[in-house]
Design a protein around this ligand. Structure first.
Ligand SMILES: Nc1ncnc2c1ncn2[C@@H]1O[C@H](COP(=O)(O)OP(=O)(O)OP(=O)(O)O)[C@@H](O)[C@H]1O
Length: 273
Protein backbone atom coordinates (compact mmCIF):
# COMPACT_ATOMS: atom_id res chain seq x y z
CA UNK A 1 0.00 0.00 0.00
CA UNK A 2 2.75 2.39 1.02
CA UNK A 3 4.72 1.66 -2.17
CA UNK A 4 1.65 2.30 -4.31
CA UNK A 5 0.96 5.59 -2.52
CA UNK A 6 4.60 6.66 -2.97
CA UNK A 7 4.35 5.81 -6.67
CA UNK A 8 1.24 7.93 -7.01
CA UNK A 9 2.97 10.84 -5.31
CA UNK A 10 5.97 10.48 -7.57
CA UNK A 11 4.07 10.20 -10.81
CA UNK A 12 1.25 12.63 -10.12
CA UNK A 13 2.68 15.21 -7.75
CA UNK A 14 6.39 14.96 -8.40
CA UNK A 15 6.88 15.15 -4.66
CA UNK A 16 8.64 12.71 -2.35
CA UNK A 17 7.80 13.17 1.35
CA UNK A 18 10.95 11.23 2.23
CA UNK A 19 13.20 13.62 0.31
CA UNK A 20 13.34 16.14 3.16
CA UNK A 21 12.34 18.91 0.78
CA UNK A 22 9.58 21.19 1.92
CA UNK A 23 6.16 20.86 0.37
CA UNK A 24 5.08 23.75 -1.83
CA UNK A 25 1.42 24.27 -0.96
CA UNK A 26 1.07 27.13 -3.39
CA UNK A 27 2.33 25.32 -6.44
CA UNK A 28 -0.15 24.49 -9.17
CA UNK A 29 -0.79 20.77 -9.00
CA UNK A 30 -1.75 20.66 -12.62
CA UNK A 31 1.48 19.20 -14.00
CA UNK A 32 -0.26 17.26 -16.75
CA UNK A 33 -0.96 18.54 -20.18
CA UNK A 34 -4.69 19.17 -19.74
CA UNK A 35 -6.25 22.64 -19.65
CA UNK A 36 -5.53 24.42 -16.36
CA UNK A 37 -9.19 24.88 -15.43
CA UNK A 38 -10.23 21.30 -16.14
CA UNK A 39 -10.11 18.56 -13.51
CA UNK A 40 -11.57 15.60 -15.38
CA UNK A 41 -11.99 14.81 -19.05
CA UNK A 42 -14.32 11.98 -20.06
CA UNK A 43 -14.63 11.13 -23.72
CA UNK A 44 -17.04 8.40 -24.85
CA UNK A 45 -16.41 6.68 -21.55
CA UNK A 46 -18.12 3.37 -20.84
CA UNK A 47 -17.68 1.57 -17.54
CA UNK A 48 -18.95 -1.39 -15.55
CA UNK A 49 -18.10 -3.16 -12.34
CA UNK A 50 -15.18 -5.59 -12.80
CA UNK A 51 -17.47 -8.42 -11.71
CA UNK A 52 -20.28 -7.82 -14.17
CA UNK A 53 -20.75 -7.76 -17.94
CA UNK A 54 -23.47 -5.13 -17.71
CA UNK A 55 -22.33 -1.61 -18.62
CA UNK A 56 -23.36 0.93 -15.99
CA UNK A 57 -22.73 3.92 -18.28
CA UNK A 58 -22.14 4.02 -22.03
CA UNK A 59 -20.32 6.65 -24.07
CA UNK A 60 -20.32 9.46 -21.52
CA UNK A 61 -18.55 12.63 -22.67
CA UNK A 62 -18.03 15.41 -20.17
CA UNK A 63 -15.45 17.89 -18.95
CA UNK A 64 -15.44 19.00 -15.34
CA UNK A 65 -14.08 22.53 -15.22
CA UNK A 66 -13.23 24.89 -12.43
CA UNK A 67 -16.23 26.96 -11.31
CA UNK A 68 -18.88 24.63 -12.76
CA UNK A 69 -20.46 22.62 -9.97
CA UNK A 70 -21.69 19.18 -11.04
CA UNK A 71 -24.39 17.09 -9.37
CA UNK A 72 -24.53 13.37 -10.16
CA UNK A 73 -27.88 11.71 -9.42
CA UNK A 74 -29.50 8.37 -10.17
CA UNK A 75 -31.22 5.48 -8.48
CA UNK A 76 -29.38 3.09 -6.22
CA UNK A 77 -26.91 0.97 -8.14
CA UNK A 78 -26.88 3.04 -11.34
CA UNK A 79 -23.14 3.67 -11.03
CA UNK A 80 -22.62 7.01 -9.30
CA UNK A 81 -19.91 5.88 -6.91
CA UNK A 82 -18.52 3.63 -9.64
CA UNK A 83 -17.92 6.74 -11.73
CA UNK A 84 -15.62 7.98 -8.96
CA UNK A 85 -13.83 4.63 -8.93
CA UNK A 86 -13.18 5.02 -12.66
CA UNK A 87 -12.13 8.66 -12.28
CA UNK A 88 -9.55 7.82 -9.65
CA UNK A 89 -8.40 4.72 -11.53
CA UNK A 90 -9.52 2.15 -8.96
CA UNK A 91 -11.48 0.61 -11.84
CA UNK A 92 -10.43 0.47 -15.47
CA UNK A 93 -12.72 2.04 -18.04
CA UNK A 94 -14.39 -0.51 -20.32
CA UNK A 95 -13.79 1.80 -23.29
CA UNK A 96 -13.30 5.44 -24.07
CA UNK A 97 -11.03 7.97 -22.47
CA UNK A 98 -10.82 9.31 -18.93
CA UNK A 99 -8.23 11.69 -17.61
CA UNK A 100 -7.84 13.35 -14.25
CA UNK A 101 -5.72 16.42 -14.87
CA UNK A 102 -5.26 17.46 -11.27
CA UNK A 103 -3.59 15.63 -8.44
CA UNK A 104 -5.20 14.15 -5.35
CA UNK A 105 -4.75 16.36 -2.32
CA UNK A 106 -4.87 19.97 -1.19
CA UNK A 107 -4.92 22.36 -4.15
CA UNK A 108 -5.95 19.39 -6.31
CA UNK A 109 -8.93 17.10 -5.85
CA UNK A 110 -10.19 15.64 -2.59
CA UNK A 111 -12.83 12.94 -2.22
CA UNK A 112 -15.25 12.81 0.72
CA UNK A 113 -16.48 9.21 0.60
CA UNK A 114 -19.93 7.95 1.61
CA UNK A 115 -18.49 6.42 4.76
CA UNK A 116 -16.45 9.13 6.54
CA UNK A 117 -12.84 8.22 7.16
CA UNK A 118 -11.50 9.11 10.60
CA UNK A 119 -8.02 8.54 11.98
CA UNK A 120 -7.40 7.27 15.52
CA UNK A 121 -5.48 10.42 16.45
CA UNK A 122 -6.17 13.75 18.11
CA UNK A 123 -8.73 16.31 16.98
CA UNK A 124 -5.97 18.23 15.18
CA UNK A 125 -4.96 15.05 13.33
CA UNK A 126 -8.58 14.49 12.26
CA UNK A 127 -8.71 17.95 10.73
CA UNK A 128 -5.30 18.03 9.06
CA UNK A 129 -5.53 14.44 7.74
CA UNK A 130 -3.72 13.33 5.55
CA UNK A 131 -1.07 15.99 6.08
CA UNK A 132 0.25 14.77 9.42
CA UNK A 133 3.32 13.09 7.93
CA UNK A 134 3.88 15.64 5.19
CA UNK A 135 3.35 18.66 7.41
CA UNK A 136 4.28 17.46 10.90
CA UNK A 137 4.70 20.90 12.43
CA UNK A 138 1.27 22.36 11.75
CA UNK A 139 1.57 23.36 15.45
CA UNK A 140 0.08 26.34 17.18
CA UNK A 141 0.25 28.64 14.15
CA UNK A 142 -2.58 26.61 12.70
CA UNK A 143 -4.77 26.61 15.80
CA UNK A 144 -6.93 29.56 14.84
CA UNK A 145 -7.62 28.19 11.37
CA UNK A 146 -8.52 24.76 12.70
CA UNK A 147 -10.83 26.21 15.37
CA UNK A 148 -12.46 28.50 12.82
CA UNK A 149 -13.14 25.58 10.47
CA UNK A 150 -14.50 23.39 13.28
CA UNK A 151 -16.91 26.23 14.04
CA UNK A 152 -17.91 26.65 10.41
CA UNK A 153 -18.55 22.91 10.17
CA UNK A 154 -20.64 23.02 13.36
CA UNK A 155 -18.45 20.76 15.47
CA UNK A 156 -16.55 23.20 17.70
CA UNK A 157 -18.12 21.35 20.68
CA UNK A 158 -15.57 18.62 20.00
CA UNK A 159 -12.86 20.88 21.41
CA UNK A 160 -14.50 20.63 24.82
CA UNK A 161 -15.14 16.91 24.51
CA UNK A 162 -11.53 16.14 23.60
CA UNK A 163 -10.02 18.66 26.00
CA UNK A 164 -8.20 20.46 23.20
CA UNK A 165 -6.75 19.99 19.73
CA UNK A 166 -3.81 17.88 20.85
CA UNK A 167 -5.27 15.79 23.65
CA UNK A 168 -5.11 12.05 23.09
CA UNK A 169 -8.54 10.53 23.39
CA UNK A 170 -9.24 7.13 24.88
CA UNK A 171 -12.20 6.39 22.64
CA UNK A 172 -12.70 5.22 19.12
CA UNK A 173 -13.99 8.16 17.10
CA UNK A 174 -16.36 5.93 15.13
CA UNK A 175 -18.01 4.77 18.38
CA UNK A 176 -18.63 8.18 19.93
CA UNK A 177 -19.47 10.50 17.04
CA UNK A 178 -22.91 10.47 15.47
CA UNK A 179 -23.05 10.01 11.67
CA UNK A 180 -23.84 13.72 11.33
CA UNK A 181 -20.89 14.73 13.52
CA UNK A 182 -18.59 12.52 11.45
CA UNK A 183 -19.80 14.17 8.27
CA UNK A 184 -19.34 17.64 9.76
CA UNK A 185 -15.82 16.76 10.93
CA UNK A 186 -14.96 15.69 7.38
CA UNK A 187 -16.17 19.09 6.16
CA UNK A 188 -13.91 20.80 8.73
CA UNK A 189 -11.08 18.81 7.12
CA UNK A 190 -12.19 19.91 3.68
CA UNK A 191 -12.28 23.57 4.75
CA UNK A 192 -8.81 23.23 6.20
CA UNK A 193 -7.35 21.56 3.11
CA UNK A 194 -9.21 23.77 0.62
CA UNK A 195 -8.75 21.73 -2.55
CA UNK A 196 -9.64 23.21 -5.94
CA UNK A 197 -12.11 20.38 -6.49
CA UNK A 198 -14.13 18.54 -3.83
CA UNK A 199 -15.93 15.33 -4.72
CA UNK A 200 -18.74 14.83 -2.19
CA UNK A 201 -20.28 11.35 -2.24
CA UNK A 202 -23.53 11.62 -0.20
CA UNK A 203 -21.43 13.75 2.14
CA UNK A 204 -24.42 15.47 3.78
CA UNK A 205 -26.80 12.50 3.88
CA UNK A 206 -26.96 12.48 7.71
CA UNK A 207 -27.53 16.24 8.02
CA UNK A 208 -30.49 18.58 7.82
CA UNK A 209 -31.02 20.72 4.74
CA UNK A 210 -30.08 23.81 6.79
CA UNK A 211 -26.76 22.26 7.80
CA UNK A 212 -26.20 21.15 4.22
CA UNK A 213 -26.81 24.74 3.02
CA UNK A 214 -24.25 26.15 5.46
CA UNK A 215 -21.59 23.60 4.50
CA UNK A 216 -22.10 24.08 0.76
CA UNK A 217 -22.00 27.86 1.18
CA UNK A 218 -18.66 27.65 2.98
CA UNK A 219 -17.18 25.30 0.37
CA UNK A 220 -18.08 27.81 -2.33
CA UNK A 221 -16.79 30.77 -0.33
CA UNK A 222 -13.50 28.94 -0.06
CA UNK A 223 -13.39 28.68 -3.85
CA UNK A 224 -13.94 24.97 -4.29
CA UNK A 225 -15.55 23.50 -7.36
CA UNK A 226 -17.98 20.82 -6.21
CA UNK A 227 -18.81 17.46 -7.71
CA UNK A 228 -21.60 15.99 -5.59
CA UNK A 229 -23.27 12.61 -5.67
CA UNK A 230 -26.62 12.36 -3.98
CA UNK A 231 -30.32 11.68 -4.03
CA UNK A 232 -31.72 14.82 -2.39
CA UNK A 233 -33.36 17.40 -4.63
CA UNK A 234 -32.19 20.08 -2.17
CA UNK A 235 -28.71 19.62 -3.62
CA UNK A 236 -29.72 20.94 -7.05
CA UNK A 237 -29.54 24.61 -6.09
CA UNK A 238 -25.82 24.41 -5.31
CA UNK A 239 -24.91 23.05 -8.74
CA UNK A 240 -24.83 24.25 -12.35
CA UNK A 241 -25.03 20.97 -14.23
CA UNK A 242 -26.73 17.67 -13.40
CA UNK A 243 -25.61 14.28 -14.67
CA UNK A 244 -28.39 11.75 -14.21
CA UNK A 245 -27.50 8.08 -14.49
CA UNK A 246 -30.62 6.32 -15.74
CA UNK A 247 -29.53 2.67 -15.60
CA UNK A 248 -28.77 0.31 -18.46
CA UNK A 249 -25.91 2.49 -19.62
CA UNK A 250 -28.10 5.54 -20.26
CA UNK A 251 -27.47 9.04 -18.91
CA UNK A 252 -28.63 12.64 -19.26
CA UNK A 253 -26.92 15.97 -18.76
CA UNK A 254 -28.99 18.99 -17.76
CA UNK A 255 -28.13 22.61 -17.11
CA UNK A 256 -29.58 23.41 -13.70
CA UNK A 257 -29.52 27.19 -13.85
CA UNK A 258 -31.68 28.63 -16.60
CA UNK A 259 -30.98 26.05 -19.28
CA UNK A 260 -32.46 22.90 -20.70
CA UNK A 261 -30.71 19.64 -21.37
CA UNK A 262 -31.16 19.43 -25.12
CA UNK A 263 -30.08 23.02 -25.86
CA UNK A 264 -27.05 22.66 -23.62
CA UNK A 265 -23.60 23.04 -25.10
CA UNK A 266 -22.70 19.94 -23.12
CA UNK A 267 -22.83 16.55 -24.77
CA UNK A 268 -26.17 14.90 -24.37
CA UNK A 269 -27.21 11.37 -25.16
CA UNK A 270 -30.80 10.53 -25.90
CA UNK A 271 -32.21 8.42 -23.10
CA UNK A 272 -33.67 6.03 -25.57
CA UNK A 273 -30.39 5.14 -27.19
N1 LIG B 1 -16.54 -3.57 -5.37
C1 LIG B 1 -17.54 -3.98 -6.13
N2 LIG B 1 -17.54 -5.21 -6.64
C2 LIG B 1 -18.55 -5.64 -7.42
N3 LIG B 1 -19.61 -4.91 -7.75
C3 LIG B 1 -19.67 -3.69 -7.26
C4 LIG B 1 -18.65 -3.15 -6.42
N4 LIG B 1 -19.00 -1.91 -6.08
C5 LIG B 1 -20.18 -1.68 -6.67
N5 LIG B 1 -20.58 -2.73 -7.38
C6 LIG B 1 -21.84 -2.84 -8.13
O1 LIG B 1 -21.84 -1.85 -9.15
C7 LIG B 1 -23.15 -1.28 -9.26
C8 LIG B 1 -23.06 0.23 -9.12
O2 LIG B 1 -22.67 0.52 -7.77
P1 LIG B 1 -22.45 2.02 -7.26
O3 LIG B 1 -21.85 1.92 -5.89
O4 LIG B 1 -21.72 2.78 -8.28
O5 LIG B 1 -23.96 2.53 -7.17
P2 LIG B 1 -24.51 3.97 -6.76
O6 LIG B 1 -25.23 4.53 -7.95
O7 LIG B 1 -23.42 4.80 -6.18
O8 LIG B 1 -25.58 3.54 -5.65
P3 LIG B 1 -26.00 4.25 -4.26
O9 LIG B 1 -26.97 5.34 -4.61
O10 LIG B 1 -26.66 3.14 -3.51
O11 LIG B 1 -24.76 4.74 -3.57
C9 LIG B 1 -24.01 -1.94 -8.19
O12 LIG B 1 -24.77 -2.96 -8.80
C10 LIG B 1 -23.03 -2.51 -7.23
O13 LIG B 1 -23.52 -3.68 -6.60
Amino acid sequence: MREVMDDILHTQCDYDPASGESYDFDSDFNIHAGPVDTAFILDHLSYKSPYSDQLLVEELSLKISQGTHLLVVGNTGTGKTSLLRVLNRLWEAHSGFVQMTTCFGPRGTLFLPQKPYLTDGTLREQVIYPLKDIYPVSGSVDDDRIIQFLELAGVSSLLKRTGGLDENVDWNWYDVLSPGEMQRLCFARLFYLQPKYAVLDEATSALTEEAEAQLYKTCKQLGMTLISLGHRSSLEKYHDVQLKLCGGGRWELTQLKGGSSSSSSLNHKDETM
